[in-house]
Write a protein that binds this ligand. Structure first.
Ligand code: NAP
Length: 315
């Protein structure tokens, strides 16, 4: 019987972190295998224009950026495979990744599975998501709403932060929250609620994003949960900020995760885990910055650590 192949490096995820790790490890002649998950290209593929990735003064389409990064990884010999990891065994050496399709063995693993923004599920949200007015990232899309009215949904630190950031561009920011007090930290909550451009809409749940027929957001219908009254906020942009869900499920038992499910790296490192040769990168291990460029940076760090690990332990 032939011996099963043992990969040098398996990278799980094809967002900015995973593909940057692929460019680095590919260029180091390590012949990485990258597993494409359920959303190849990650969150950026659902954004239209990316204006803050260094090196693109005119901005670049999110899909195009990820396509470029993928080609760059391919140029250095990266292999891609469509496989969804369902379970892992990191107690064995080589490490085992059980996928729906097959089981993969690897000396080192870089997990870059990202995080998915939580959505409200209201009518019109899905249809108008990504370039049509519904978004989950003020840093990415805020600048498209100069002198326009926008709404932020949520009451946590993210919602407060998004609302404050949006005041730089928007003429008015409605902060729609289902209760009468923000969950955000006191300082953020005070900053947001006292800002002259931010109008809190308390005790209100979003009901519908209007504008599906026109193909662009024309308003956000909200319901006052105390009175039952429905109003349409006349906004052109809807920023959903009700938290993120890190895609760490199949790995959560084998590695350390925090109370929100994000990977908790080993002390003194952003990308090392308690399992030798297993690294994490990007939004699955970062709930603070969550930027394409920081994810790419972590992908680079993880790649260099994996290279070093292989050099020491035999690659
Ligand atoms: P979060 O703290 O979980 O807040 C989510 C908010 O969305 C809550 O106010 C929640 O309402 C609301 N919400 C949840 N589901 C909803 C739904 N279906 N419809 C309407 N509203 C809904 O999430 P987060 O703000 O993203 O923060 C996550 C973590 O990152 C937190 O620990 C936060 O402190 C941290 N963070 C820190 C910073 C910073 O320090 N600068 C910035 C961002 C995030 P309820 O309040 O009623 O539950």
């Amino acid at each position: 019987m032939s011996q099963p192949t043992i990969e040098n490096i398996v990278i799980v995820g094809t967002g900015c972190a995973g593909l940057t790790a692929a460019v680095y490890t590919g260029r180091a002649n390590l012949n990485p295998l990258v597993l494409d998950g359920v959303q190849p290209g990650g969150q950026l593929t659902t954004t239209s224009e990316v204006e803050n990735f260094p090196g693109f003064p005119e901005g670049i389409d999110g899909y195009q950026l990820m396509d470029n990064l993928r080609k760059q990884a391919e140029k250095f010999g990266t292999r891609f495979e469509q496989a969804v990891v369902t379970e892992v065994d990191f107690t064995s050496s080589p490490r085992r990744l059980v996928c729906a399709e097959r089981t993969i063995l690897a000396k080192t693993v870089i997990i870059a599975t990202g995080a998915s923004p939580r959505m409200t599920g209201i009518a019109g949200e899905k249809e108008l998501y990504g370039g049509r007015g519904v978004t989950t990232c003020a840093t990415c899309d805020g600048a498209f709403y100069r002198q326009m009215e926008v709404a932020v949904i949520g009451g946590g630190d993210s919602a407060a932060e998004e609302a404050l950031f949006l005041t730089r561009f928007a003429s008015k920011v409605y902060l729609v929250h289902r209760r009468d007090a923000l969950r955000a930290s006191k300082i953020m909550a005070e900053r947001a609620t006292s800002h002259p451009k931010i109008k809190p809409v308390w005790n209100s749940v979003p009901v519908e994003v209007t504008g599906v027929k026109e193909g662009a957001v024309s308003g956000l219908k909200v319901r006052d949960i105390k009175t039952g009254a429905e109003t349409i906020l006349p906004v052109k942009g809807v920023f959903v900020a009700i938290g993120h869900q890190p895609n760490t499920g199949p790995f959560a038992k084998a590695l350390d995760v925090d109370e929100n499910g994000y990977f908790r790296p080993a002390a003194g490192s952003q990308v090392k885990t308690r399992i030798p040769g297993v690294f994490v990168a990007g939004d699955c291990a970062d709930h603070v910055y969550r930027q394409a460029v920081t994810a790419a940076g972590m992908g680079c760090q993880a790649a260099i650590e994996a290279e070093r690990w292989l050099a020491e332990h035999g690659g």
